[in-house]
Design a protein. Structure first.
Length: 162
């Protein structure tokens, strides 16, 4: 987007504000969940205050390979609850995170949508105690883009979302 190589991107909004003239349309807002192995003592709860995980080992998608800002957002959520997460593993690929939780190497924070791809031995539990525990997916484009198909695409997207 920044170098005009694409007309529109479907992406997380983190960092988009740094691109001059960027416009966005919210497509989806999804809560983050705490991901635990079924054997974890808290796995059968319907919700967990994030502060309860202060002493747990955390698995977080690598800061340099994760969508811009998601690593920082997870760390900030923990800090909002009074602790810095003890990160024991930072896999390069996001789909490795639930595999490491399944191996009982730690806990994770992931968007709820990832539950549909996860093993039955994992529990995605609602998270309490943080203000910003959602992840958004947006369509993003430059307001100055002159591609004549862009408005048509955006209108089709708006219609689909309604």
């Amino acid at each position: 987007l920044e170098t005009d190589e694409v007309d529109v991107a479907i992406t997380l909004p983190h960092g988009l504000h740094k691109i001059p003239g960027i416009r966005t349309m919210n497509l989806l807002s999804e809560p983050y969940c705490i991901v635990l192995h079924a054997n974890h003592p808290l796995a059968n709860r319907t919700s967990i205050h994030l502060r309860e995980l202060a002493d747990e080992p955390f698995i977080i998608h690598n800061r340099y390979d994760s969508p811009v800002g998601s690593y920082d957002q997870i760390v900030q959520m923990c800090e909002q609850c009074g602790f810095t997460p003890r990160i024991v593993n930072q896999p390069r690929f996001i789909d490795t995170v639930p595999l490491l939780v399944e191996a009982e190497m730690g806990v994770a924070i992931l968007p709820r949508c990832m539950a549909s791809f996860a093993s039955e031995s994992l529990r995605f539990v609602a998270m309490e105690g943080v203000d910003n525990n959602r992840i958004d997916l947006v369509a993003a484009w430059k307001g100055t883009n002159t591609n004549p198909t862009l408005p048509i695409f955006l209108e089709a997207l708006r219609s689909f979302l309604q």
